[in-house]
Design a protein around this ligand. Structure first.
Ligand code: SAJ
Length: 415
């Protein structure tokens, strides 16, 4: 089977590599010339375990080739970004539309077209389907169109792409069946066939569910701070109830999914999506909460260097899209000298020692494994009074010795 994957990013590359590993002839298309060259050399431009060896294998045996233009194929999979429009928070389909336009002259009878990019509910029906109908195709009869959102967690993509259950939402049942056949090539999880609009909404809602739950944990953090109650103890204890799972509070919510997808729903029906919007606002308020706490913790100090530990939006990842760390830095940089340390993003990071020397406060904003056990001897040597503000609860207080002051959301009020 010949497959063309348009958009060679976080999802497009591993998806292409897995189809190629399973006997498909894959063309990966991207407008970024450097990325195309890098892929063809067998190099991945993203940090993703297990992907490198698969990529080398399929590039070397010729089953995966990156190009700047699409080629005639049997299946076209669109994995381009879908940002949100800042003015009305709606889903920006410009890249999806231009990907469709780029293949329109190549598409022939019986081809399968799959949009994997996260899109607002009804996008397939209202925007994508008409592009192909205008060319004379009858979707569901001589062309098969489906929305098949991915659901993988960066850092564990290869195994999740293979093993997770997969939703295939067809414009017609026949479209869903054809798309399910395509994913059946390598997916071992269940492949659930449904309507395109159900698939669109369930993908947006999965991330919204998480965003709303994290907002509740963040709101609880602020409530407990005001009332001087240890929020981390509250969460640990409440979660012993068999049907309760309070999420983890943090410095805000980043990434291109949780921080964006809820807006796709909200912008369609703002009067109904009230909790969704409030959750977004609550999570967006966390960088200011963190910055204000930093200012409060340092209010008695005269020399003020703040070391920001973690730029990426999530632990053990080099992905810094929509990361709350940038907003926190922006809120602090006029008042403090900011030193950044992120071992996963070395190009934007100082060394550990450079970042901590003469620092007044370390603020942990990502739960990287490297932060679980810091070199406390070096901290005691290089910092006058070593203080760590751990917003991700990554450091177990029992592992920290008495030379270090560890502040987290649980004991914040006491400092
Ligand atoms: N976070 C918290 N508290 C928590 C959990 C997460 O503050 O209890 C923060 C993280 O630090 C991060 C953000 O939320 O800033 C998002 O992290 P995440 O790991 O929950 O999610 P993503 O955006 O990396 O991946 C999500 C996943 N969706 C769900 O878990 C419902 C993934 O399965 C999707 O494939 C992905 O979005 C996507 O592409 O949509």
């Amino acid at each position: 089977m010949k497959i063309c994957v348009i958009g060679q990013g976080y999802i497009g590359i591993p998806t292409s590599a897995l189809f190629a590993k399973n006997n498909c002839q894959v063309t990966g298309v991207d407008i970024d010339k450097n990325k195309v060259e890098q892929i063809n050399k067998g190099q991945i431009p993203i940090e993703e375990p297990k992907l490198q060896e698969i990529l080398e294998e399929v590039i070397n045996n010729g089953s995966y080739r990156a190009r700047m233009e699409p080629v005639e194929s049997d299946v076209y999979i669109i994995t381009v970004p879908t940002p949100f429009n800042k003015e009305d928070l709606s889903c920006n389909l410009d890249y999806v539309v231009s990907a469709c336009n780029s293949i329109i002259s190549l598409v022939k009878k019986d081809d399968v077209i799959i949009v994997e990019s996260t899109i607002a509910p009804l996008s397939i029906e209202k925007v994508v389907k008409p592009i192909f109908e205008q060319e004379g195709f009858t979707v569901g009869k001589d062309l098969y169109l489906a929305h098949c959102p991915e659901r993988v967690l960066p850092g564990n993509m290869v195994s999740e792409l293979i093993n997770n259950n997969r939703i295939v939402g067809g414009v017609t049942p026949e479209c869903a069946r054809k798309a399910a056949e395509v994913y059946g090539i390598f997916v071992k999880g269940n492949i659930i066939e449904t309507e395109a609009k159900v698939a669109e909404m369930s993908k947006c809602m999965e991330n919204t569910f998480r965003d709303v739950n994290i907002a509740l944990a963040n709101e609880l953090t602020k409530i407990c701070y005001e009332l001087d109650i240890n929020v981390l103890d509250v969460i640990k204890i409440a979660n012993q109830h068999p049907r309760v799972n309070i999420h983890s509070p943090g410095p805000g919510v980043g990434g291109h999914c949780l921080a964006i997808d809820p807006y796709f729903i909200y912008s369609l029906v703002p009067d109904e999506a009230k909790i969704i919007k409030l959750a977004r606002d609550t999570n967006n308020s966390m960088p200011l909460f963190v910055a204000n706490q930093v200012k409060r913790i340092l209010s008695h100090k005269d020399k003020e260097v703040v070391s920001v530990f973690g730029l990426s939006y999530k632990g053990n990842s080099d992905d810094d899209r929509e990361s709350p760390s940038y907003e926190i830095i922006r809120l602090l940089e006029n008042d403090y000298e900011i030193r950044i340390y992120d071992p996963h993003i070395p190009q934007k990071s100082l060394t550990f020692e450079e970042a901590i020397t003469d620092s007044d406060l370390i603020v942990i904003l990502a739960d990287h494994n490297e932060f679980k056990h810091l070199d406390y001897d070096l901290l005691a040597e290089k910092m006058d009074e070593p203080v760590i503000f751990d917003t991700k609860n990554v450091i177990n207080p029992e592992n920290v010795d008495s030379r270090i002051t560890l502040i987290n959301y649980g004991n914040l009020k006491s400092y």
